[in-house]
Design a protein. Structure first.
Length: 134
């Protein structure tokens, strides 16, 4: 019930909505896709795709979530056509560029039980990226 919510809960909901808002079209109109999956024995992976843009949720609720996760990709020729990149949605940083021959990606979970990633064309990013430290 909403009467049990305190300021911390509302802050967490607000943060989640802020992170998801730029991906509204993918969330509303995207289709589930098997294009990205965890390597054998890896965490749970859920993927939505819309027009070559993917939103990927990686979650691991084991006692000790891994520091990084190995994901397998079946992107066809989309990676070569669009110059795709992996982006950490929370930090708005590019984690890796995807080449046409790439079949795997190692992405950090940073001890989180769940992490949201965007995979799509570098030229069509729905969020402004953070500048790398100098």
């Amino acid at each position: 019930p909403f009467y049990a919510l305190d300021g911390k809960h509302i802050q967490q909901f607000s943060e989640a909505l802020r992170l998801l808002a730029p991906f509204n079209e993918i969330l509303a109109e995207g289709e589930p896709s098997p294009a990205v999956r965890a390597a054998a024995g890896g965490p749970s992976v859920r993927c939505l795709v819309k027009q070559g843009q993917l939103l990927v949720l990686v979650s691991d609720y084991s006692l000790r979530p891994p520091a990084e996760v190995k994901l397998e990709m079946e992107l066809g020729d989309a990676a070569g056509r669009h110059g795709m990149v992996w982006v950490d949605v929370e930090t708005a940083t590019v984690l890796a560029e995807v080449t046409p021959e790439a079949k795997e990606a190692m992405l950090p979970l940073g001890g989180s039980r769940a992490r949201l990633f965007y995979l799509g064309p570098k030229t069509a990013l729905p969020i402004k990226l953070n500048e790398p430290p100098r």
